[in-house]
Design a protein around this ligand. Structure first.
Ligand code: SF4
Length: 195
């Protein structure tokens, strides 16, 4: 478009110079694109109750399979289980594979997505709109954790103090670890009852 003096404006020149491509992004708002990055994660929080029930069934199944894991060898089972765990939890929770999953205590909101990786509640910098002070477009994972925990039957576990992250467990399977721990606990209980 020309201005009042008849000259072509810079904005028009930039527009004309822009390559005309067959592909145009469906949603041109960068803000919307950033928000989409969190949409599945936020869906998981909104469906925390359903996921809690699903996880309990799944954990039970894994525990029943303990003799199978033992026969195969937990070490040998680790690579394929980790492959699946990483992808499923990566999709649903943006899991960072810390190896010590606390999702059932944090309303299905993964605390490792907090830029400060806080495991026991938010820092003092949550914005008035409930977003992170470091990543302003991201809803604070702890605000979401509280919302998700209110939907869960075992939601009060959010009040439990979490231990610091054991970095030596990074990139290991939390599913197998929890299963092995539950199996050992079940074995101790049986021994105590038999004694
Ligand atoms: S708490 Fe750890 S294992 Fe669980 S989803 Fe987050 S990074 Fe993954």
């Amino acid at each position: 478009m020309a201005d009042t003096s008849g000259r072509v404006t810079l904005a028009t020149r930039v527009k004309r110079a822009a390559a005309r491509l067959d592909y145009r992004p469906a949603d041109v708002s960068p803000q919307r694109r950033v928000q989409r990055r969190y949409s599945i994660r936020l869906w998981s929080v909104r469906h925390a109750r359903f996921l809690e029930r699903l996880y309990n069934l799944f954990a039970d199944l894994f525990l029943r399979l303990h003799p199978v894991w033992k026969t195969i060898g937990y070490q040998r089972a680790e690579a394929p289980v980790k492959f699946v765990e990483k992808r499923v939890k990566g999709l649903l929770f943006d899991c960072r594979m810390c190896g010590q999953c606390v999702l059932s205590s944090t309303g299905m909101s993964c605390p490792m997505n907090c830029p400060k990786q806080l495991r026991n509640g938010p820092c003092g910098g949550v914005r008035a709109n409930g977003h992170c002070e470091v990543e302003p477009d991201m809803p604070c994972v702890w605000v979401k954790a509280w919302e998700g925990s209110r939907l869960m039957r075992g939601g009060d576990a959010i009040k439990n103090v979490q231990k610091p992250v054991d970095q030596s467990l990074r990139e290991t399977s939390a599913w197998l670890r929890v299963t092995a721990l539950a199996a050992a606990e079940r074995e101790h209980k049986r021994q105590d009852e038999a004694a």
